[in-house]
Design a binder for this molecule. Structure first.
Ligand code: NAD
Length: 339
């Protein structure tokens, strides 16, 4: 069988460190991948290339899977988000963000298991039509929701819920106020839900959802929502289960997948060698599942559950004082023990 080639984008800030750690873990799992390195964002601009160079796009197109470190996006000015660009370019319409408690990790709640499925290419987050008036007194941003994309996302979500044996799908919206966009999303959700009578369909307004998540996360199973709400709620879910250092994300389209951590480039700890690589490692686990390498995915998760749960050698965000490298040694040692 031909060797699987994976496009690797190291990213910015803590990105290169956590990507290197994740590749070490995949090697310890004997995944036998070949890696094609690609760049995007400020790193590309610094080299006089486009924000997302054509070579990077071609590589993702060809390899079909990519592992991506976080990429810095300037706040309030500067270039548009590389993440949004990649999601739109490759039509990665669904963003899966599981939040799963790891026994032993200090967190607000135990036994949380919530899968957020976020619409990934439309809505206010996709950044269409941004404009500031010449006098700087007025700013605009367009939100577009289509029936076609809402339907595709909702079908994907219900199919995933069914495949994963989930009981309930909570559709999160703001259709009381955003009657057009959120209203359309909700009405499509209702009609798709009718095709899946064995899965409980629930509807919740986003502000209430945030409160319910903080008060009683155990009442949630799968959350499906629009782009911006999903971005915010999935960070909230990550915060309930031990923080951003443990939260992976998968951007999935019909033919391509880009796997990453939910968190960003963490400029406050960049270069200190203390970033927690677990989120990206779990993202790599989602990539293994996407590639139907389920046994390796389960071994990767078991090693993470063991090392993170034990809490003996962990990074500062998890209450320890280990470096990224020392933490990664623990994972690889754990995998080698069970070879
Ligand atoms: P952030 O996620 O980078 O950091 C938030 C907090 O969490 C910081 O205190 C940081 O130190 C901590 N943190 C994050 N990841 C960690 C890890 N692996 N280990 C230990 N601690 C960790 O969010 P931010 O500071 O708001 O954003 C920084 C930059 O990242 C921005 O430019 C933003 O646009 C970008 N960003 C990129 C992505 C992505 O590429 N997918 C996602 C979110 C934010």
């Amino acid at each position: 069988m031909a060797q699987t080639r994976v496009t690797v984008i190291p990213g910015d800030g803590i990105g290169p460190d956590i990507v290197a750690a994740t590749l070490r873990l995949l090697d310890a799992l004997e995944c036998d991948f070949a890696y094609d390195r690609a760049i995007a964002g400020q790193t590309a601009l610094d080299q006089g290339l486009d924000l997302v160079p054509q070579e990077t796009l071609d590589m993702i197109e060809k390899n079909t899977v990519a592992l991506k470190g976080p990429i810095t996006t300037p706040v309030g000015k500067g270039f548009r988000s590389v993440n949004v660009t990649l999601r739109k370019h490759f039509d990665l319409f669904a963003n899966l963000r599981p939040a799963l408690s790891i026994p032993g990790v200090r967190s607000r709640y135990d036994n949380v298991d919530i899968l957020t499925i976020r619409e990934n290419i439309e809505g206010i987050y996709s950044g269409e039509g941004q404009m500031v008036s010449d006098d700087g007194e007025r700013a605009e941003l367009r939100s577009v929701i289509t029936r076609k994309e809402s339907k595709r996302l909702m079908r994907f979500a219900y199919e995933a819920a069914q495949r994963l044996g989930r009981r309930k799908v909570t559709v999160v919206h703001k259709a009381n106020i955003m009657k057009s966009t959120s209203g359309l999303f909700l009405s499509v959700a209702r009609s798709v839900a009718e095709e899946y009578p064995n899965i409980e369909h629930e509807e919740m307004i986003v502000d209430n959802c945030a409160m319910q998540l903080a008060m009683n996360p155990h009442r949630f199973d799968v959350i499906v929502t629009t782009n911006l709400f999903g971005d915010i709620l999935s960070d909230l879910c990550a915060g309930l289960t031990g923080g951003l250092g443990l939260a992976p994300g998968a951007n999935i389209g019909e033919h391509r997948g880009i796997f990453e951590a939910v968190h960003g480039s963490a400029p406050d700890i960049a270069g200190k060698g203390v970033a927690n690589p677990t989120a990206l490692m779990l993202g790599a686990g989602m990539m293994l599942e996407y590639l139907e390498m389920n046994e390796k995915a389960e071994r990767l998760r078991a090693a993470i559950r063991h090392v993170v749960g034990e809490g003996r050698v962990v990074t500062p965000d998890l209450g320890g004082n280990a470096s990224t490298d020392e933490f990664t040694d623990e994972f690889t040692d754990e995998l080698i023990k069970h070879l």
